[in-house]
Design a protein around this ligand. Structure first.
Ligand SMILES: Nc1ncnc2c1ncn2[C@@H]1O[C@H](COP(=O)(O)OS(=O)(=O)O)[C@@H](OP(=O)(O)O)[C@H]1O
Ligand SMILES: Nc1ncnc2c1ncn2[C@@H]1O[C@H](COP(=O)(O)OP(=O)(O)O)[C@@H](O)[C@H]1O
Length: 412
């Protein structure tokens, strides 16, 4: 008899905390009530770490969130950073610096001769309206470090995971502040980029959110103002359903998540419908026989079409092994007046099986999982795909670039 280990699926902020803890940035983050032996997984059920005796240990190397600006030179583990910093001054960047912030930072560091590390906190997940996301902060940190170098300093940019914590989560940074984590990475002093910002400048920043609305209201009559605002916000763009299809482990989720991160970074709002998550909610109770898979993919298509009908970008990444169900999604998108993009992730079975990210292929070969796609259940390769990507021969950036180019062509 195999003992079932307790499992916790981590939220985006818990993934940030786990990355920080496994990288040596914070002490043990597991809250007391986590049962011994609990396996921590991502939303895709991929096991990442285990909690034993209140301590978190990695089950495998941690993959960072893919996305723009995740240059390994800037996304560096705290433990590594500690070995590289000596008597450094840190400048933290929870928001992009204003021109004034940059001038004040240059003045504050005028006599400083040691290292300067510009540190941006990066949170996974959707960016709140009106806020600049992790990729934008990473870019700002890199630019600020370059400005400091131009002024003769020895400066570098670093991005550290930092959660937008919610209560009731399994992992927590406790009462730790970001500045303390940065200090723990070897910084002798920590300054926030907004330190010393004059009240008047802060007021102007706070007012930005309503600047356009105020200007529109001054120029137009109340009846026209909402139309003008909608037009300015670009709401008229055509929605799109992006349907990824491919074997388990082919790279659908990885490419879909990276695509999403890039689109969000461009200010586009996206909705991701990922295989495992959909099965937890929308398709709970459905199995992997042909009828269940067709129902699952059709449900995904239905929800994706609703999103796209309202001008959204819906990105779905089920295996979707059957041509008829994929065709149904294409029809639902057309009925919703949305564009449709079929992305076939054609990574060969032997590569997917060798990756065996979730250990499912081994179980399927051992006969423990029936109807497993590619082993004991068919996969009908599409001949109508708009983009075909084989992740065993092209890298993630290229894959995302190809899908993105095809997508932009359809919605602009
Ligand atoms: N029998 C069987 N066959 C294939 N896959 C299986 C099976 N049982 C569980 N899993 C896990 O479920 C994920 C696939 O679910 P999907 O909803 O994408 O499948 S389908 O489109 O309805 O065919 C798939 O996730 P991905 O690896 O992300 O594709 C597997 O982790
Ligand atoms: N070029 C690539 N593109 C996408 N994934 C890749 C690539 N090279 C290696 N991989 C790895 O392959 C695995 C794909 O897993 P995943 O994206 O969950 O697949 P799926 O969603 O199709 O099951 C990940 O571990 C990923 O890191």
């Amino acid at each position: 008899m195999t003992l079932q280990r307790p499992v916790r699926v981590l939220t985006d902020s818990e993934l940030d905390i786990l990355e920080l803890a496994l990288g040596g940035g914070i002490p043990n983050p597991a809250r007391g009530e986590v049962p011994n032996g609990t396996v921590l997984t991502d939303a895709e059920n991929a096991p990442l770490a285990r909690v034993d005796g209140g301590l978190v240990t990695a089950l495998k190397p941690f993959a960072h969130t893919p996305g723009p600006q995740w240059d390994p030179m800037v996304r560096i583990a705290p433990a590594q950073l500690r070995t590289e910093l000596t008597d450094a001054a840190a400048l933290t960047l929870a928001e992009p610096p204003t021109r004034g912030d940059i001038d004040r930072a240059l003045a504050a560091f005028a006599g400083h001769r040691g290292q300067i590390v510009v540190v941006a906190p990066a949170a996974r997940g959707t960016v709140a309206a009106g806020q600049v996301g992790a990729a934008g902060l990473a870019r700002a940190a890199q630019e600020l470090a370059a400005t400091l170098r131009d002024a003769g300093h020895f400066a570098r940019a670093v991005v550290l995971p930092w959660p937008k914590e919610k209560s009731g989560e399994t992992l927590s940074v406790g009462a730790l502040a970001f500045a303390e984590v940065v200090r723990g990475c070897g910084a002798a002093t920590v300054r926030a980029v907004s330190d010393d910002r004059p009240t008047d400048e802060q007021r102007r920043i706070d007012a930005l959110a309503t600047v356009r609305r105020d200007a529109v209201n001054q120029l137009y009559m109340p009846a026209q103002a909402p139309d003008i605002e909608r037009a300015l916000a670009g709401v008229g763009r055509r929605g799109v359903v992006v349907l990824f299809t491919g074997l388990s482990g082919s790279g659908k989720s990885t490419v879909a998540s990276a695509l999403r991160a890039e689109l969000e970074d461009d200010g586009m709002r996206t909705t991701q419908l990922d295989g495992d998550e959909v099965r937890q909610f929308l398709s709970r109770g459905l199995g992997f026989d042909r009828a269940s898979r067709e129902a699952n993919v059709e449900r995904i298509g239905y929800v994706a079409s609703l999103v796209a009908h309202h001008g959204g970008i819906a990105i779905a990444a089920p295996i979707a092994p059957f041509a008829a169900a994929r065709q149904r999604v294409r029809e639902l998108a057309a009925e919703a007046g949305a564009a449709f993009l079929l992305v076939y992730v054609s990574t060969p079975l032997d590569v997917c099986e060798a990756r065996d990210r979730k250990g499912l292929y081994a179980k399927a070969r051992a006969g423990e999982i029936p109807d497993f796609t590619g082993i004991s259940s068919p996969y009908e390769a599409p001949d109508d795909a708009d983009v075909v990507i084989d992740t065993s021969v092209i890298d993630l950036d290229d894959a995302v670039g190809q899908v993105r180019a095809a997508l932009v062509e359809r919605i602009e």
